[in-house]
Design a protein around this ligand. Structure first.
Ligand SMILES: C[S@@+](CC[C@H](N)C(=O)[O-])C[C@H]1O[C@@H](n2cnc3c(N)ncnc32)[C@H](O)[C@@H]1O
Length: 242
Protein backbone atom coordinates (compact mmCIF):
# COMPACT_ATOMS: atom_id res chain seq x y z
CA UNK A 1 0.00 0.00 0.00
CA UNK A 2 1.29 3.45 -0.85
CA UNK A 3 0.65 5.79 2.04
CA UNK A 4 -1.08 8.85 0.63
CA UNK A 5 0.44 12.22 1.18
CA UNK A 6 -1.27 15.43 0.35
CA UNK A 7 -0.34 18.06 -2.18
CA UNK A 8 -1.88 21.42 -1.47
CA UNK A 9 -4.10 22.58 -4.30
CA UNK A 10 -3.01 25.71 -6.16
CA UNK A 11 0.11 27.82 -5.78
CA UNK A 12 2.45 26.88 -4.28
CA UNK A 13 1.50 23.46 -5.69
CA UNK A 14 4.22 21.50 -3.92
CA UNK A 15 3.61 22.73 -0.41
CA UNK A 16 2.70 19.32 1.03
CA UNK A 17 5.11 16.46 1.71
CA UNK A 18 5.35 13.80 -0.99
CA UNK A 19 5.82 10.07 -0.48
CA UNK A 20 8.55 8.43 -2.51
CA UNK A 21 7.19 8.13 -6.06
CA UNK A 22 5.89 4.69 -6.86
CA UNK A 23 5.10 4.23 -10.52
CA UNK A 24 3.25 1.03 -11.44
CA UNK A 25 4.92 -0.90 -14.25
CA UNK A 26 2.01 -0.50 -16.65
CA UNK A 27 2.20 3.30 -16.39
CA UNK A 28 5.95 3.35 -16.89
CA UNK A 29 5.94 0.86 -19.75
CA UNK A 30 2.61 1.35 -21.51
CA UNK A 31 1.46 4.86 -20.68
CA UNK A 32 4.72 6.78 -20.27
CA UNK A 33 3.81 8.77 -23.39
CA UNK A 34 0.47 9.88 -21.95
CA UNK A 35 1.00 10.52 -18.24
CA UNK A 36 4.53 9.95 -16.99
CA UNK A 37 6.85 12.00 -19.19
CA UNK A 38 6.83 15.76 -18.48
CA UNK A 39 6.46 16.49 -22.19
CA UNK A 40 3.42 14.20 -22.26
CA UNK A 41 1.69 16.24 -19.59
CA UNK A 42 2.50 19.44 -21.43
CA UNK A 43 1.25 17.97 -24.71
CA UNK A 44 -1.99 16.36 -23.52
CA UNK A 45 -3.16 19.06 -21.13
CA UNK A 46 -5.31 20.65 -23.83
CA UNK A 47 -9.02 20.24 -23.71
CA UNK A 48 -9.44 20.27 -27.48
CA UNK A 49 -7.01 17.37 -27.78
CA UNK A 50 -8.75 15.27 -25.13
CA UNK A 51 -12.03 16.07 -26.87
CA UNK A 52 -10.55 14.98 -30.20
CA UNK A 53 -9.37 11.68 -28.67
CA UNK A 54 -12.94 11.16 -27.47
CA UNK A 55 -14.40 12.09 -30.88
CA UNK A 56 -16.05 15.23 -29.54
CA UNK A 57 -17.61 13.53 -26.52
CA UNK A 58 -15.48 14.95 -23.69
CA UNK A 59 -17.95 17.60 -22.54
CA UNK A 60 -20.91 15.29 -22.86
CA UNK A 61 -19.22 12.60 -20.75
CA UNK A 62 -18.05 15.12 -18.14
CA UNK A 63 -21.57 16.58 -18.01
CA UNK A 64 -23.04 13.11 -17.46
CA UNK A 65 -20.64 12.36 -14.60
CA UNK A 66 -21.22 15.75 -12.97
CA UNK A 67 -24.99 15.47 -13.30
CA UNK A 68 -24.81 12.07 -11.66
CA UNK A 69 -22.84 13.53 -8.74
CA UNK A 70 -25.42 16.29 -8.29
CA UNK A 71 -26.06 19.94 -9.13
CA UNK A 72 -24.60 20.75 -5.72
CA UNK A 73 -22.17 17.99 -4.76
CA UNK A 74 -22.63 17.15 -1.10
CA UNK A 75 -20.52 15.28 1.43
CA UNK A 76 -17.14 13.73 0.68
CA UNK A 77 -16.22 12.85 -2.90
CA UNK A 78 -13.21 10.84 -4.01
CA UNK A 79 -11.98 11.22 -7.57
CA UNK A 80 -9.74 8.28 -8.41
CA UNK A 81 -7.01 9.62 -10.73
CA UNK A 82 -6.41 13.00 -12.32
CA UNK A 83 -7.93 13.82 -15.68
CA UNK A 84 -6.71 16.17 -18.39
CA UNK A 85 -9.09 19.04 -19.12
CA UNK A 86 -11.54 20.82 -16.87
CA UNK A 87 -13.47 17.98 -15.20
CA UNK A 88 -11.98 18.52 -11.74
CA UNK A 89 -12.25 22.34 -11.78
CA UNK A 90 -15.90 21.91 -12.80
CA UNK A 91 -16.46 19.38 -10.02
CA UNK A 92 -14.89 21.76 -7.54
CA UNK A 93 -17.23 24.49 -8.82
CA UNK A 94 -20.22 22.32 -7.85
CA UNK A 95 -19.07 21.45 -4.32
CA UNK A 96 -21.49 22.51 -1.62
CA UNK A 97 -19.93 24.87 0.96
CA UNK A 98 -19.29 22.11 3.50
CA UNK A 99 -18.42 19.41 0.96
CA UNK A 100 -14.96 17.94 0.40
CA UNK A 101 -13.16 16.61 -2.66
CA UNK A 102 -10.14 14.29 -2.53
CA UNK A 103 -8.29 13.35 -5.71
CA UNK A 104 -5.87 10.44 -5.53
CA UNK A 105 -3.27 9.70 -8.19
CA UNK A 106 -0.17 7.53 -8.22
CA UNK A 107 1.90 10.01 -10.27
CA UNK A 108 3.15 13.13 -8.50
CA UNK A 109 3.54 14.85 -11.87
CA UNK A 110 -0.21 14.47 -12.48
CA UNK A 111 -1.06 15.81 -9.04
CA UNK A 112 1.16 18.83 -9.62
CA UNK A 113 -0.48 19.40 -13.00
CA UNK A 114 -3.93 19.23 -11.42
CA UNK A 115 -2.89 21.56 -8.59
CA UNK A 116 -1.92 24.15 -11.19
CA UNK A 117 -5.44 23.97 -12.68
CA UNK A 118 -7.30 24.46 -9.38
CA UNK A 119 -7.92 27.64 -7.43
CA UNK A 120 -6.79 27.61 -3.84
CA UNK A 121 -9.62 25.94 -1.96
CA UNK A 122 -9.39 24.24 1.40
CA UNK A 123 -12.17 21.82 0.45
CA UNK A 124 -9.84 19.99 -1.97
CA UNK A 125 -7.04 17.58 -1.06
CA UNK A 126 -4.75 15.95 -3.58
CA UNK A 127 -3.43 12.59 -2.44
CA UNK A 128 -0.49 10.59 -3.67
CA UNK A 129 -1.61 6.97 -3.65
CA UNK A 130 -2.61 3.94 -5.64
CA UNK A 131 -6.28 3.48 -6.53
CA UNK A 132 -5.99 -0.27 -5.93
CA UNK A 133 -4.57 0.10 -2.41
CA UNK A 134 -6.04 3.18 -0.76
CA UNK A 135 -5.10 4.21 2.75
CA UNK A 136 -8.65 5.48 3.39
CA UNK A 137 -11.09 4.20 5.98
CA UNK A 138 -13.98 1.96 4.99
CA UNK A 139 -17.20 3.81 4.12
CA UNK A 140 -15.54 7.22 4.30
CA UNK A 141 -16.87 8.78 1.06
CA UNK A 142 -20.36 9.66 -0.15
CA UNK A 143 -19.39 9.13 -3.80
CA UNK A 144 -16.44 8.00 -5.86
CA UNK A 145 -15.69 9.02 -9.45
CA UNK A 146 -13.60 7.00 -11.92
CA UNK A 147 -13.25 8.80 -15.25
CA UNK A 148 -11.50 6.72 -17.92
CA UNK A 149 -9.28 5.00 -15.40
CA UNK A 150 -10.33 1.34 -15.56
CA UNK A 151 -9.48 0.76 -19.23
CA UNK A 152 -5.87 1.76 -18.57
CA UNK A 153 -5.33 -0.72 -15.79
CA UNK A 154 -4.32 -4.38 -16.10
CA UNK A 155 -7.08 -6.65 -14.86
CA UNK A 156 -5.66 -7.30 -11.38
CA UNK A 157 -5.22 -3.56 -10.77
CA UNK A 158 -8.70 -2.82 -12.18
CA UNK A 159 -10.20 -5.39 -9.82
CA UNK A 160 -8.31 -3.82 -6.92
CA UNK A 161 -9.50 -0.33 -7.89
CA UNK A 162 -13.15 -1.38 -8.01
CA UNK A 163 -12.83 -3.27 -4.73
CA UNK A 164 -11.37 -0.16 -3.13
CA UNK A 165 -14.05 2.10 -4.60
CA UNK A 166 -16.77 -0.09 -3.11
CA UNK A 167 -14.92 -0.40 0.19
CA UNK A 168 -14.46 3.33 0.75
CA UNK A 169 -17.93 4.44 -0.39
CA UNK A 170 -20.65 4.53 2.25
CA UNK A 171 -23.65 2.21 2.09
CA UNK A 172 -26.10 3.97 -0.21
CA UNK A 173 -23.26 5.97 -1.81
CA UNK A 174 -22.47 5.94 -5.53
CA UNK A 175 -19.48 4.80 -7.55
CA UNK A 176 -19.70 6.64 -10.90
CA UNK A 177 -17.65 5.06 -13.68
CA UNK A 178 -17.22 6.64 -17.11
CA UNK A 179 -15.16 4.66 -19.58
CA UNK A 180 -15.01 2.78 -22.87
CA UNK A 181 -17.65 0.17 -23.73
CA UNK A 182 -18.24 -2.28 -26.53
CA UNK A 183 -19.67 -0.37 -29.50
CA UNK A 184 -22.40 -1.73 -31.72
CA UNK A 185 -21.35 -4.27 -34.38
CA UNK A 186 -21.65 -1.79 -37.25
CA UNK A 187 -19.99 1.11 -35.46
CA UNK A 188 -17.77 2.81 -38.06
CA UNK A 189 -15.01 3.46 -35.53
CA UNK A 190 -14.71 -0.16 -34.40
CA UNK A 191 -11.76 -1.02 -36.66
CA UNK A 192 -9.90 2.19 -35.78
CA UNK A 193 -10.44 1.75 -32.04
CA UNK A 194 -9.32 -1.86 -32.22
CA UNK A 195 -6.03 -0.70 -33.72
CA UNK A 196 -5.67 2.11 -31.17
CA UNK A 197 -6.21 -0.34 -28.34
CA UNK A 198 -3.94 -2.97 -29.86
CA UNK A 199 -1.04 -0.56 -30.23
CA UNK A 200 -1.53 1.97 -27.45
CA UNK A 201 -4.05 0.80 -24.85
CA UNK A 202 -3.62 -2.95 -24.43
CA UNK A 203 -5.96 -3.37 -21.44
CA UNK A 204 -8.87 -1.39 -22.91
CA UNK A 205 -10.37 -4.30 -24.88
CA UNK A 206 -11.33 -5.81 -21.52
CA UNK A 207 -14.11 -3.21 -21.33
CA UNK A 208 -15.37 -4.30 -24.76
CA UNK A 209 -15.40 -7.93 -23.71
CA UNK A 210 -16.78 -7.60 -20.19
CA UNK A 211 -19.20 -5.54 -18.18
CA UNK A 212 -17.67 -3.52 -15.34
CA UNK A 213 -19.63 -5.72 -12.93
CA UNK A 214 -17.53 -8.72 -13.94
CA UNK A 215 -14.48 -7.11 -12.29
CA UNK A 216 -16.10 -6.70 -8.87
CA UNK A 217 -14.83 -8.86 -6.01
CA UNK A 218 -16.60 -12.18 -5.55
CA UNK A 219 -19.47 -11.83 -3.12
CA UNK A 220 -19.75 -8.04 -3.46
CA UNK A 221 -23.12 -7.10 -4.87
CA UNK A 222 -24.01 -3.42 -5.25
CA UNK A 223 -27.50 -2.48 -4.09
CA UNK A 224 -28.20 -1.24 -7.61
CA UNK A 225 -26.49 -0.87 -10.98
CA UNK A 226 -27.37 1.49 -13.83
CA UNK A 227 -25.64 1.70 -17.17
CA UNK A 228 -26.04 4.21 -19.94
CA UNK A 229 -24.07 4.31 -23.19
CA UNK A 230 -23.30 7.01 -25.75
CA UNK A 231 -21.90 7.39 -29.22
CA UNK A 232 -23.06 4.07 -30.60
CA UNK A 233 -22.07 2.28 -27.42
CA UNK A 234 -18.38 3.26 -27.45
CA UNK A 235 -18.69 5.04 -24.10
CA UNK A 236 -20.52 4.08 -20.93
CA UNK A 237 -21.41 5.43 -17.57
CA UNK A 238 -22.03 2.71 -15.03
CA UNK A 239 -23.31 3.77 -11.62
CA UNK A 240 -23.00 1.35 -8.74
CA UNK A 241 -24.87 2.11 -5.54
CA UNK A 242 -23.35 0.30 -2.57
C1 LIG B 1 -7.86 8.85 -15.25
S1 LIG B 1 -6.75 8.09 -16.31
C2 LIG B 1 -7.23 8.67 -17.91
C3 LIG B 1 -7.88 9.98 -18.00
C4 LIG B 1 -8.21 10.49 -19.35
N1 LIG B 1 -7.68 9.71 -20.43
C5 LIG B 1 -7.80 11.91 -19.47
O1 LIG B 1 -8.34 12.59 -20.26
O2 LIG B 1 -6.94 12.36 -18.73
C6 LIG B 1 -5.18 8.84 -16.16
C7 LIG B 1 -4.67 9.00 -14.76
O3 LIG B 1 -4.77 7.79 -14.05
C8 LIG B 1 -3.68 7.71 -13.16
N2 LIG B 1 -3.53 6.36 -12.69
C9 LIG B 1 -3.31 5.25 -13.41
N3 LIG B 1 -3.21 4.17 -12.61
C10 LIG B 1 -3.39 4.60 -11.34
C11 LIG B 1 -3.41 3.97 -10.07
N4 LIG B 1 -3.19 2.65 -9.94
N5 LIG B 1 -3.64 4.72 -8.99
C12 LIG B 1 -3.86 6.05 -9.09
N6 LIG B 1 -3.83 6.71 -10.27
C13 LIG B 1 -3.61 5.99 -11.38
C14 LIG B 1 -2.53 8.23 -14.00
O4 LIG B 1 -1.44 8.61 -13.21
C15 LIG B 1 -3.18 9.38 -14.74
O5 LIG B 1 -3.06 10.59 -14.04
Amino acid sequence: MVPPSSVEAAAPPLAGPMAAPHVPGYLDQTYWWAYVHPKAVHFFEREWLVNLILFGNYKRLCDAALTELGAAVQGRTLQMACVYGDLTPRLLGRLAPEARLDVVDVLPIQLHNLAAKLPRDERVTLLHGDSSALACADASYDQVLLFFLLHEQPEHVRRGTLAEALRVVKPGGKVVIVDYHRPGGLHPLRPLMRQVFRHLEPFAMDLWRHEVLEFLPAGVAPASVRKRTWFGGLYQMTVLVR
